[in-house]
Design a protein around this ligand. Structure first.
Ligand code: SAH
Length: 400
């Protein structure tokens, strides 16, 4: 079937909003849950759906899922018609908004950030000449030909790689095997701020690289001169490479994964930096305890752990994890040094994260000031109508 036909009114699912649920739609939140829907009709395997009120007035249109609790990912509201052209324009416009991100020094960035670019369910990352796509929704999967065509026109990649490993895809009953359009190896060597990194989308975490930390890495580079740097949860070693490029006197990268440590080593070597750099495959919680017990000190500690809270129910346990690692990280900071600390748990609020850091600082018996609040890079915008999109939060702290 031609992808344009999926937009035909006869091919769309029709969802009737429950009385009393008008608020969610009026506030333009893109997620319409099953609990808000009174009745459904039309083709069961539709890619798209219209949400209507009791009188049949269209309230929103978007991507349909018969499997997810999010029945509709709204893309338009009110009487704005959802057309193939509108989707193409949205994708092209999002890529256009990034034009100043790319230059001779940087050829990697997020081209499309789901709700933040009014395209719920879709993430597209650029790694040099490779695009890595994550589709989280049943309806959107059917629109793949449109995505491929538009991405080719707007970004001319060598390869479009569909990673297909999001947990949501299992729920949506979509394939978990990766797929691609184009040729060659999905691995790419990228430039970021004139530094080089190997990105392996097929094996790497997320789409292969933590693009959201770009601005924070740049900040780290400016702060690392002459410092003894500890990079906890180093993954690709990117913070470590920036710190070394910024003139750190030494850098220690710690990650529990041997593969991550190998990648960090590769990336360090790729940049031909001559700093004193070490790579430690160890559990960060154990490592900081051992270093603290040995009375060691660092001038600049970066702490960027994985999301400890993957669901709301895990927030309390996650908070204990953040408290623990930050307590020891703070103990390791030499007087007058810096701690750059993050949480990428969407379920843990900024407010709670700040309380956790307060509690860690208090227990460590250190005087601590905020130097800066940190967030994701600007190619990761957050829709005002969908604040759930804000996950990365961090603080740069001065530790006395
Ligand atoms: N700071 C990195 C991203 C970190 S992702 C960057 O800028 O690219 C989180 C990393 O933490 C992963 O590489 C994972 O292997 C590692 N990790 C998870 N649990 C860990 C633990 N207990 N100790 C050390 N590393 C851990």
């Amino acid at each position: 079937m031609n992808v344009n036909e999926l937009f035909d009114p006869s091919r769309r699912r029709r969802l009737v909003l429950k009385r009393g649920r008008e608020r969610a739609v009026a506030n333009r939140h893109p997620w319409i849950f099953t609990g808000a829907i009174a009745d459904e009709s039309g083709p069961a395997g539709a890619a798209l759906a219209d949400l209507v009120d009791e009188r049949g007035q269209v309230l929103a249109s978007g991507l349909y899922s018969p499997h997810s609790q999010i029945r509709l990912r709204a893309l338009t509201f009110g009487d704005v018609p959802l057309t193939a052209e509108l989707l193409r324009e949205r994708i092209t416009a999002a890529i256009g908004r990034r034009k100043n991100l790319f230059d001779a020094a940087t050829n990697a960035g997020r081209l499309l950030h789901a709700e933040g670019d009014d395209l719920s369910g879709l993430v597209v990352d650029r790694y040099n000449d490779v695009l890595v796509v994550e589709i989280a929704n049943y309806g959107l999967e059917q629109l793949r030909p449109l995505l491929v065509e538009t991405l080719k026109n707007a970004a001319a990649p060598r390869l479009i790689y569909f990673k297909n490993d999001l947990p949501a895809r299992r729920l949506e009953q979509l394939t978990l095997e990766s797929e691609w359009d184009g040729g060659g190896d999905p691995a790419a060597t990228i430039s970021e701020s004139s530094l080089r990194f190997v990105v392996e989308p097929a094996e790497g975490q997320k789409t292969g690289f933590f693009l959201d930390q770009r601005e924070n890495r740049r900040l780290a580079r400016t702060l690392a001169g002459g410092a003894r740097v500890l990079n906890l949860f180093s993954y690709s070693g990117a913070f470590g490479v920036y710190a070394a490029a910024g003139g750190a006197s030494s850098v220690v990268n710690v990650d529990v994964s041997e593969k991550a440590i190998e990648l960090a080593r590769t990336n360090h070597e790729l940049n031909a930096l001559s700093n004193n750099v070490t790579f430690v495959a160890a559990d960060a919680f154990d490592y900081v305890r051992r270093r603290a017990a040995a009375g060691e000190a660092f001038d600049f500690v970066v702490c960027d752990p994985p999301a400890f809270a993957k669901s709301r129910g895990e927030v309390e346990r996650a908070a204990r994890g953040y408290k623990d690692i930050n307590l020891y990280a703070l103990r390791l900071v030499a007087p007058g040094g810096l701690l750059m600390t993050f949480s990428c748990s969407g379920h843990l609020s900024l407010d709670l994260f700040q309380k956790v850091i307060f509690s860690a600082a208090h227990d460590a018996g250190r005087q601590v000031s905020f130097v800066r609040r940190l967030t994701a890079a600007p190619d990761h915008p957050v829709s005002l109508y969908c604040p759930e999109g804000e996950y990365l939060k961090g603080f740069l702290l001065e530790v006395r």
